[in-house]
Design a protein around this ligand. Structure first.
Ligand SMILES: C[S@@+](CC[C@H](N)C(=O)[O-])C[C@H]1O[C@@H](n2cnc3c(N)ncnc32)[C@H](O)[C@@H]1O
Length: 421
């Protein structure tokens, strides 16, 4: 429950971030303060100070072009940057146990921190790793010219609902080239980059994608739904040039990659740890090694990551149905799973390290996951520090407590911050 109350804390004992958030103003708007309070059956309630303001916006500082790949339920780079700037120094390890497209790890690397990431879906490392060591646009162009896209052994005809037959042949030829290089151990950094870009061009709603008009690129629809979209829009898939679209997206991703960026990335990439496994078990990370965790887990069963990524999985040779992505209908099951992850985070965090855990409102605001997550961190021995609610574009109907995601022009991120004592 969030209520607008004051927390009586002596000024000398307040962490710096608390003082900063209390004093923060955005466009003259003071930070609103409340407490989030969670009653527990067998102990005293958990009570943390809660701050609401527009602490970061997408316009505040243009994000680096390397982030511009789509992924369902990704957060903006400004979110991890807010915590990286406040809780870490250059060289420190910044970790995301639910890495997704890799927003935290890329932002950490750009800030000269040591990135670490984990995701149960192999697709995640395929999206993140190439952007830690981006090749030059000319190298990509040369490699694209050298790959024979005129012939493929397999040709899944059912995908013609998305693609012109000649485009589909090129996609299949590229897929077979990449899979063959991978299985022979000859896949290099340029191939990995091409795979990452191709994955991001597979489907979308503009001529910049391989497909005819379809859902946004982070959500592949089913073959049956696409057939219905085509019939409704009276459309047939137009011819797209796979090489040209990959080269164009490469140039766009590399827009901000100057020599200084490449040097910073190189230093960070050499120290990076990217894992494909459950976030609850990460033996590759040493105990007491991580300074900051910035992450966003699956929100119960709200997003169907397997369904949204089926076509990407096909292209990359991933059996998406076999990946055990956490999906929980009941809050208690989700809390049990998150508590297992928090125990692991408590192990890898260094004393004094922080966790910034982003969650959302689900079930039309009936479930506030920031309240559900507080007991998970506490049960793992972490100290609950505060809740940050970043609310963009307030409207008359959206007051600061219980601002709904993506409704009435509002967009909120709710971040529960813990510290290892
Ligand atoms: C909300 S998304 C993270 C998005 C990320 N913050 C970004 O900006 O791209 C949640 C991620 O958790 C991953 N995931 C689901 N269950 C997992 C588990 N048990 N262990 C690790 N990762 C998991 C999903 O594959 C998905 O990529």
């Amino acid at each position: 429950m969030s209520v607008p109350l004051r927390v009586p804390t002596s000024a000398s004992r307040q962490p710096e971030i608390v003082r900063e958030l209390r004093a923060f103003t955005w466009n003259g708007r003071a930070t609103k303060r409340a407490v989030t309070s969670v009653g527990l059956a067998k102990s005293r309630p958990i009570v943390v100070e809660t701050f609401v303001n527009e602490f970061w916006t997408s316009k505040q500082r243009a994000a680096h072009s390397l982030h511009e790949v789509s992924y369902r339920a990704c957060f903006k780079p400004q979110l991890p940057r807010f915590f990286i700037d406040r809780f870490t120094a250059p060289g420190d390890v910044v970790y995301d146990p639910f890495m997704g497209r890799g927003t935290t790890v890329i932002e950490a690397a750009l800030a000269g921190r040591t990135p670490a990431g984990c995701d149960i879906n192999p697709l995640s490392a395929m999206l993140a790793q190439p952007r830690l060591s981006p090749p030059a646009a000319e190298e990509v162009q040369r490699r694209l010219s050298a790959i024979d896209l005129s012939f493929a052994v397999s040709y899944p005809r059912e995908l013609e609902v998305f693609y012109h037959p000649d485009t589909l042949r090129e996609i299949c030829a590229l897929r077979e080239y990449l899979l063959a290089r991978d299985s022979s151990g000859t896949l290099d950094g340029i191939d990995r980059w091409i795979r990452m870009v191709a994955v991001n061009r597979l489907t979308g709603h503009s001529p910049g994608f391989f497909s005819v008009y379809t859902l946004p690129p982070n959500q592949a629809t089913t073959i049956e739904s696409q057939a219905r979209i085509n019939a409704r829009r009276k459309q047939v898939p137009p011819r797209r040039n796979v090489r040209d679209l990959i080269a164009a997206k490469t140039r766009s991703l590399l827009t901000h990659c100057d020599a200084a960026t490449r040097a910073a990335l190189l230093r960070s990439a050499n120290r990076a740890t990217l894992m494909t496994r459950p976030a609850s078990s990460t033996p590759q990370l040493k105990a007491n090694s991580v300074s900051l965790v910035v992450t966003s887990p699956p929100f119960l069963d709200v997003v169907n990551y397997a369904g949204n990524n089926w076509l990407r999985g096909w292209f990359c040779g991933i059996d998406t149905a076999a990946v055990e992505i956490s999906m929980h209908r009941k809050v208690e099951e989700w809390q049990a799973a998150m508590t297992r992850v928090f125990r692991e985070l408590a192990r890898v965090l260094r004393p004094g390290g922080h966790v910034a855990f982003e969650v959302g409102e689900v079930r039309n605001g009936k479930v506030k996951l920031e309240e559900a997550v507080l007991p998970c961190g506490v049960a793992s021995g972490l100290h609950p520090l505060l809740v940050v609610i970043n609310a963009q574009q307030f409207t008359k109907t959206a007051n600061c407590w219980g601002v709904r995601n993506n409704s009435k022009g509002t967009n909120t991120n709710r971040i529960v911050v813990f510290r290892k004592g």
